[in-house]
Ligand binder design. Structure first.
Ligand SMILES: C[S@@+](CC[C@H](N)C(=O)[O-])C[C@H]1O[C@@H](n2cnc3c(N)ncnc32)[C@H](O)[C@@H]1O
Length: 241
C-alpha cells in the first residue's frame, strides 16, 4: 500500500537516525541563534520531524513552536514541553510574529517547485519581527552524489522491517528515497520522499525576491563559507524592513 511521506517512516525514523549527532546539530543552531536573539525570543521551527532538535532547543528558549507537515512525525515524539502544530511550511497558519525561524536536515529540499520556495520564504518573512532571523540548511548536489553510492539500507526495528533505496536524477535534480516497510502483521507499505537539489544561486535569488538579506552561507556545521566540496549549506538571513 502506498502511503504519505513519513506516515510509516515515522515508526522507524529515530532508529534510522540513531547515529546522527542531534546534540551537536542543536548546539550549532544554538550558536547561530545566540548572535541574534535573547532568552525570551519566540522561536518557530519548520519541519521538526520527531522533535529531536526541539527537545534541546526548547530547554533554552521556552517560547517554542515545533511544526511539521506530518502528524505521524510530530506524534512520534513524547516530549510535550513545547507547542506542536501540524502545518505546511508554505502555508503557515500563525497570527503571532517570531524572532527566530529555523529548519534543519533538508526540510527545505522537500519543496519541489521554485514558486513554492518563494511562497515559503515570503510567508517566513511576513512572520518575522523586525530584524528577525531565518536560518536553515539545504542539501547540495555533492551530498546526493555521495549518498546514492551507498544506495540501499535495510533493518529491523520494533517489529518493522524496512528497506530504503536512494536515487539521484542529475537532470531533474531530484533526489528520491524509496521506502519499503513491513509491519508485524505482514502489511506492506511504500513511501517515496522527493527532494529538490536546487543550485545554490537559486536560494540567493529567491531570498532576495522575498526581501531577505543573506548574512551568511556557511559550509554546514562550520562558520566558514561554503566551498565546492560542501555537501550541505547553512543560510542565515535577516528580514529587510
Ligand atoms: C529529513 S526530515 C527532518 C526532520 C527533523 N528536522 C530532523 O532533524 O530529524 C524532513 C521533515 O520535513 C518535513 N516536511 C517536508 N515537507 C514539509 C512541508 N512542506 N512543511 C512542513 N514540514 C515538511 C517532513 O514531514 C519531515 O518530518
Amino acid at each position: 500500500m502506498k502511503v504519505k511521506p513519513y506516515e510509516k517512516v515515522s515508526a522507524i525514523y529515530d532508529f534510522m537516525m540513531e547515529k546522527l549527532d542531534y546534540v551537536s546539530w542543536s548546539n550549532y543552531i544554538l550558536e547561530v541563534a545566540e548572535d541574534y536573539i535573547k532568552k525570551d525570543a519566540v522561536i518557530l521551527e519548520l519541519g521538526s520531524g520527531s522533535c529531536k532538535i526541539a527537545g534541546y532547543f526548547s530547554c533554552k528558549y521556552k517560547n517554542y513552536f515545533a511544526t511539521d507537515i506530518s502528524i505521524s512525525m510530530l506524534k512520534s515524539s513524547d516530549n510535550n514541553s513545547f507547542k506542536k502544530i501540524c502545518c505546511d511550511m508554505t502555508k503557515l497558519p500563525f497570527k503571532i510574529k517570531f524572532d527566530f525561524i529555523f529548519s534543519n536536515f533538508d526540510c527545505i529540499n522537500y519543496i519541489l517547485k521554485q514558486k513554492h520556495l518563494l511562497q515559503m520564504f515570503t510567508e517566513v518573512s511576513h512572520l518575522l519581527k523586525k530584524d528577525g532571523v531565518f536560518t536553515f540548511d539545504v542539501s547540495l548536489e555533492r551530498n546526493s552524489l555521495n549518498f546514492v553510492k551507498s544506495k540501499s539500507i535495510e533493518g529491523n526495528f520494533n517489529g518493522y522491517y524496512f528497506q530504503r533505496v536512494s536515487q539521484y536524477n542529475k537532470l531533474s535534480r531530484i533526489h528520491s528515497n524509496h521506502f519499503y516497510i513491513k509491519d508485524k502483521s505482514g502489511m506492506e507499505f511504500r513511501e517515496t520522499h522527493k527532494e529538490k537539489i536546487y543550485k545554490i544561486d537559486t536560494y540567493f535569488k529567491v531570498a532576495d525576491k522575498a526581501g531577505f538579506q543573506i548574512d551568511a552561507c556557511y559550509d554546514c556545521f562550520t562558520f566558514k563559507d561554503i566551498n565546492p566540496k560542501s555537501e550541505r549549506a547553512q543560510f542565515i538571513m535577516r528580514k529587510i524592513n
